[in-house]
Structures are given as structure tokens and as C-alpha cells.
Design a protein around this ligand. Structure first.
Ligand code: SFD
Ligand code: AMP
Length: 628
């Protein structure tokens, strides 16, 4: 094995991840840590300037209430989120974020993010909650603020980029740190901490993607986030929630361009190949999903469901009629000169929407000779992702805030998981969806403030067992050894009876998930028998993960990314299996329980992996409504 130096870093608060929630956490933690003379350390697997979901930029901020402007209240937001998730969300957590989110957006603007404003200085809204931005450099701006805040801590503030976090360190149900490795140098890192805040995003490429071959890395969700938050919290022994609530966005087909601005800002319609708008022709189907199907706005998953019904009946392709929307918008201007000017403006807004966040979609338009003002574009449901901050809800089960949470949802510190000192934000924390970029940053802020309070009130030195760390080091670096040992036993290093390379392993995982857990190829449909068989195959895959081989540090990261994905996959299958109903038909259908069952299943499905026994338990938790 190549010689790996062990680097030990002592800190008070460890923030793992460098995305929206972690940047929010760094900004807030620096402020409170300064007051108490504490140390803060941030670790990102990538470079914070362009890491995570916002790497390519965004064209909208999807959570802005406009509370001071009298537009919306946090109560309104709680109702909206509950409705979108078919009744399954935590009012206390959603409220906690919603009441602070506007202040976050004001900070973004102060730091230089261009927010679209009209001639009266009012933000330009694409929807009731969404505002338009010129956000190509969104992440750079936010990361710069986080880095500046960390600098105020002097030597007490450290940032490690390109260090991949693998495993938590836990002693008697209290988090004491994390281990990982550099993806550039032969260094194994041991972070000892009094509290850890997880912000490592959600997961992609757990399910087989629509894009294959040379397009494989093209998915809606960024390829960088591979289930590390879920793995870290599960392995720490934390209770997890909503692991069945995957997210399937509908996107412009094959390049995954966003549809929000088209549906909301441009008021565009999607229609099947025969010119029928499934939101109109299938309206009766919504009754089946009452009360959610009959209340506006129609939940994202039900909108998907109606489109998917068309597709299953062979009525595709489904087209977004950009040309009709643009024509409708310009026809309001009788003067030809004004109309032409307006057309140019709309065209440039349409292209900017993609160029700000999904450049590949602009390239696809160009390569397929699509002028949005002339031709419609295909849209399609993507493969499933795990992103608790968007319209999915998977994540750790965390405590609510003291002033809002009922006793069942409160255990001392807001946004702390059931493991002491382990805080979660953004995609890492569950049951409070629709946070988006602004809400994730906000949750990072709230969780970090609570984490510092936890450290002040529980200021014990972390008890790290260095013998356990040595064993972890050996296990984590083992794929490098395996490759070295066996690489010459075959002429093609990809085909070897003694090991499995991470890409092959990933394909196997994706095939299992796609075919047994309701992926694209099964039109998102599964049943008990399929899920049980999937679990069996997943168990064998997990056994083979011991044989993962890595040629270099980059591939070592790929190995562990796939192990992380596998645990996310397992939590998902177990939770889908447990919930004996279909609640989000546009995300998945349990063919053996095709209806929603409000009486028995209006609850959270939670699960926990026991660190001592290695056993999983899956169980119900009540939904407690605090906002009518
Ligand atoms: O509309 C490790 N989101 C959108 N939000 C908006 O407000 N507006 C939009 O326009 C949005 N659009 C959108 C969005 C998401 C995606 C994927 C697309 C489009 C294509 C949602 C937000 O982006 C999202 O809510 C937040 O980014 C979530 O924040 P957070 O912190 O939970 O995750 P992150 O930002 O992806 O950061 C993850 C970080 O973890 C690092 N990491 N670090 C160390 N070790 C490991 N093992 C790690 N694994 C991961 C990552 O590098 C990263 O720093 S719209 O089209 O939907
Ligand atoms: P998207 O681009 O699909 O991620 O959407 C951005 C935002 O608009 C999210 O808050 C979505 O929930 C919302 N959204 C997208 N399409 C619609 C729609 N047809 N009706 C209502 N809200 C939508």
C-alpha cells in the first residue's frame, strides 16, 4: 500500500460539505464561534466555489416569501409545502426556515447576487415563492461570503477542499468527528470535533439514468452528490425519515433544463403528441388523490403523474410549447416595433434561463436547431433522485426549534439528529422540503447557531478511539491495495475475477434499483416481491463492495461514493417496502397498493440502522399539525 500520512485535525465544530447549507453554516458559525473563542472547520470534497447542486449556477431563488413587502407569511409557506408533499412534512421545521429565509436572500443580494427587479425596484417573481436571478455565479458569491466569514476566525477557522469525508466517528451515541482522505495527496484525515454539521447534499446515480454511454454523467442532479449525507447519518446511528420520498423532476428531455420558469413565468403549456394538455384532459384523475389533488397548487408529483399516464398510453412525446407561450406574451403588444423588442427580450430570457444553470440544454437547443419562439421542446420525467431540499423529503430526523416543536419533535437543539451533537441541514435533514438554495443556506445558519450552543453547553473533549481510526484507515484505503495486488492477473484491468471497479459496481447498483425499485425502465412501478428481490440482490452487492478496487485516489473516491449510494438505496427500498400504499404516484407506484390510504399511512416512515447489531428497523412517526 502506498504510504499515507495520517493528519489529525482538532476542532470544535466540524462542517462536512461545502454547498449551500454548509456555506450558511460557516457564515453563522463564524459569528458565534468568535464570541465563544471556538474553532470551526469546513471540509468539502471539491472546491467550494463550484461545488454541489449550485455549481453551474441557478436562474431562480425558489424560496423567498416577501414577508416585509406583505406578500406571504411563513404560515402560507407551511401550508404550501404540506400540500405539495401530500400531507407529509414537518410544520415546525418548514416554519423555522420560512421565517428566516428572506433575510438570507437579502444577504445574497448584499454580497453581489443580481436579483431581477422591475422598473419600480420590485423583485421579479416567476411564481408565488420564486424570484428570478442572474445566477451563473451564485455559488461563487455564496462561497466567497463563507470563506470571508471563516477568515474572521484566524487560526481557529480552517477550510479543507478536495477532502472526501467517508465515515463518522461516534462514541456512546455522541458524534466525535469524521474521517476521510484527500483526493489529491496521499493523506488520511482524522477530524476530532465536539459537534458535526452535515451538509453533503443528496444523491444521484443511485437509479439507472436515462442518459447512457457518452451522456452518462448528464443528469438533472449534479454528479458530485452521491449519498454521503445519508450514509454519514445512517452510519452514525441517526434516525432517518422520508427515505421513500424520492424526487422525480420533469425536465426538458435529455439535457435536463429547468421547467419552472416556463410553466410559471412564461405560462407555457405542456401537451402530448396529439395536442392535449394532460392537466386538462386528466383532471378527473386528481379526485382520486383528494384532498391534495383537489387543492391548488397541484402537487409536483401529481403533475408528473398526469403526464406519465399519457406516456404510458403511448401518447408521447410530451412537448413544452415554448413557441405558443412566447406568441401569447408578445401578442399583447399591438405596436409592431414594441412587439419585436419584446420578442427579443423574451428570447434572451429563455436562453439565459438555461445558460444560468443548465448550459447543456442551450447546447442541445442549438444542436437540434430549436428556436424556442418557433418550435416546442420535449419534456420528460427524470430518473429518481434523493434531494430533501427540493420536492423530495429524504434526510435525517432532526429536532425542531424549541418555540415551535411539539414534545415528540423536540430534543434540545434545533436541527440536531437523534445522535448527540450531529446536526443536519439542506438535503441532509428530512421532512422539510422546498427549502431550495435559499432555505438550505438558512437551515445551515440555524443549525450552526444551535451547534455552537450545543458545544458551549456540552464542552467535553471528543473521545476518539485511535485504534478504531487505524482500522478505518485500513478499510478505507483497501481498494488501492486490492487493485495493486491483482491488476496484473488479467490483460484488461477492467475484467478481473478478484475485484470489481467502481463503475461496474455502480452499473450493478443502478440496474437493481431501476428494475426492482421502480426506476425509469419500469415506469416508476414496483411491488413487495420486486422490492424484496431487490433487497436480496442489494445484500449480495454489499458483500461484493469488500472487493472494490481503486487504481488511484480519484477512483478511491468513486469506490466510496458508490458505497454511500448503496446505503441510500437500501434505506429507500426498506422504506418503500414498509409504506403499504401509493402516496406520491408521480414519484412511484406500489402496484400492490395502488391507492392512497389516509387512515393508515398519513404518517412519517422513519428508519434506523443500529450501529451495534447492524440491524435495520423501520417504523411510523406521527404527523403533528401545528399550522391549520
Ligand atoms: O429550480 C462532500 N435547486 C434550486 N434552488 C433554487 O433556489 N433555485 C433553483 O433554480 C433551483 N433549481 C435547482 C436546484 C437543485 C438542482 C440539483 C438543480 C436545479 C439542477 C435546489 C438547491 O440547489 C439545493 O436545495 C441546495 O443546493 C441544497 O443545499 P445542500 O447544502 O444540501 O447541498 P449542495 O449545495 O448540493 O452541497 C453539497 C456539498 O457537499 C459536498 N460533498 N463533501 C465532503 N465529503 C463528501 N463525501 C461529500 N459529498 C458531497 C459537495 O461537494 C457540496 O459542497 S431548479 O431547477 O429546481
Ligand atoms: P423547477 O424548475 O421545476 O424546479 O421549478 C422551480 C420552482 O417552480 C419550484 O418551486 C417548483 O415547485 C415550481 N414549479 C415548477 N413547475 C410548476 C408548476 N407547473 N406549477 C406550480 N409550481 C411549479
Amino acid at each position: 500500500m502506498p504510504n499515507f500520512e495520517t493528519v489529525v485535525v482538532d476542532t470544535d465544530l466540524l462542517i462536512v460539505g461545502g454547498g449551500m447549507s454548509a456555506c450558511g453554516a460557516a457564515v453563522e458559525a463564524a459569528y458565534w464561534a468568535n464570541k465563544h473563542g471556538l474553532r470551526v472547520t469546513v471540509v468539502d470534497k471539491a472546491a467550494m466555489d463550484r461545488s454541489g447542486a449550485v455549481a453551474q449556477g441557478l436562474s431562480a431563488i425558489n424560496q423567498y416569501l416577501g414577508y416585509a413587502e406583505g406578500e406571504n407569511t411563513p404560515e402560507d409557506y407551511v401550508r404550501y409545502v404540506r400540500q405539495d408533499l401530500m400531507g407529509v412534512s414537518r410544520d415546525d421545521l418548514v416554519y423555522s426556515i420560512a421565517r428566516h429565509v428572506d433575510s438570507t436572500v437579502h444577504l445574497f443580494e448584499k454580497w453581489g447576487l443580481p436579483i431581477w427587479r422591475d422598473e419600480n425596484g420590485k423583485v421579479v417573481r416567476s411564481g408565488r415563492w420564486q424570484i428570478m436571478i442572474s445566477g451563473e455565479s451564485y455559488k461563487i458569491i455564496v462561497a466567497e461570503a463563507a470563506k470571508n466569514a471563516m477568515k474572521t476566525l484566524g487560526e481557529k477557522g480552517q477550510i479543507f477542499e478536495r477532502v472526501f469525508i467517508v465515515e463518522p466517528l461516534v462514541k456512546d451515541n455522541r458524534i466525535v468527528g469524521a474521517v476521510g482522505f484527500s483526493v489529491r495527496e496521499n493523506k488520511f484525515y482524522v477530524f476530532k470535533a465536539k459537534a458535526v454539521l452535515v451538509g453533503m447534499g443528496g444523491a444521484v446515480h443511485v437509479f439507472r439514468p436515462r442518459s447512457t454511454g457518452e451522456g452518462l454523467g448528464r443528469s438533472w442532479y449534479p454528479p458530485f452528490n452521491t449519498g454521503s449525507s445519508a450514509y454519514f447519518t445512517i452510519r452514525a446511528g441517526a434516525e432517518m425519515t422520508c427515505q421513500e420520498v424520492r424526487f422525480i423532476p420533469v425536465r426538458f428531455k435529455d439535457a435536463y433544463g429547468p421547467v419552472g420558469a416556463w410553466f410559471l413565468l412564461f405560462q407555457s403549456e405542456a401537451k402530448n403528441a396529439f395536442g392535449e394538455n394532460y392537466m386538462v384532459t386528466r383532471v378527473d384523475e386528481l379526485k382520486k388523490w383528494a384532498p391534495y389533488g383537489l387543492t391548488k397548487p397541484i402537487p409536483a408529483n401529481l403533475r408528473n403523474h398526469l403526464g406519465l399516464l399519457d406516456e404510458r398510453e403511448g401518447k408521447g412525446p410530451i412537448y413544452m410549447h415554448t413557441e405558443e407561450a412566447i406568441a401569447r406574451l408578445v401578442e399583447k403588444y399591438p405596436d409592431e416595433k414594441v412587439r419585436k423588442k419584446k420578442l427579443k427580450e423574451l428570447e434572451s430570457e429563455a436562453w439565459e434561463d438555461f445558460l444560468d444553470m443548465t448550459i447543456a440544454q442551450a447546447l442541445l437547443w442549438a444542436s437540434q436547431n430549436i428556436f424556442p419562439e418557433e418550435k416546442p421542446s420535449e419534456i420528460a420525467a427524470c430518473e429518481p433522485y434523493f434531494i430533501g431540499s427540493h420536492s423530495g423529503a429524504s434526510g435525517a430526523w432532526v429536532s425542531g426549534p424549541e418555540d415551535l416543536a411539539p414534545a415528540e419533535y423536540f430534543w434540545g437543539y434545533g436541527h440536531m439528529s437523534t445522535v448527540k451533537g450531529l446536526f443536519c441541514a439542506g438535503d441532509a435533514s428530512g421532512a422539510c422540503p422546498h427549502k431550495f438554495s435559499s432555505g438550505s443556506f438558512t437551515e445551515g445558519r440555524i443549525a450552526a447557531k444551535e451547534a455552537i450552543r450545543f458545544i458551549v453547553e456540552n464542552n467535553e473533549e471528543p473521545q476518539v478511539d485511535m485504534a478504531e481510526v487505524e482500522a478505518l484507515k485500513e478499510r478505507i484505503l483497501k481498494p488501492l491495495d486490492i487493485f495493486e495486488q491483482y491488476k496484473n492477473m488479467t490483460t484488461d484491468p477492467n475484467v478481473n475475477p478478484n475485484y470489481i471497479r467502481p463503475k461496474q459496481y455502480m452499473f450493478r447498483l443502478q440496474k437493481i434499483m431501476d428494475e426492482y425499485a421502480g426506476g425509469v425502465s419500469k415506469s416508476f412501478t414496483t411491488n413487495k416481491q420486486l422490492l424484496e428481490r431487490g433487497l436480496e440482490l442489494l445484500t449480495m452487492l454489499k458483500e461484493d463492495s469488500e472487493k472494490l478496487a481503486a487504481e488511484d485516489l480519484h477512483e478511491l473516491m468513486r469506490c466510496w461514493e458508490n458505497v454511500h449510494r448503496t446505503w441510500q438505496a437500501e434505506a429507500h427500498i426498506r422504506s418503500v417496502l414498509f409504506r403499504e400504499e401509493t402516496r406520491w404516484p408521480g414519484y412511484y407506484i406500489r402496484a400492490d397498493f395502488p391507492n392512497m390510504d389516509e387512515e393508515n399511512w398519513k404518517c412519517f416512515v422513519n428508519c434506523r440502522w443500529d450501529r451495534n447489531t447492524g440491524q435495520w428497523e423501520v417504523f411510523k412517526r406521527p404527523i403533528i399539525t401545528i399550522i391549520d
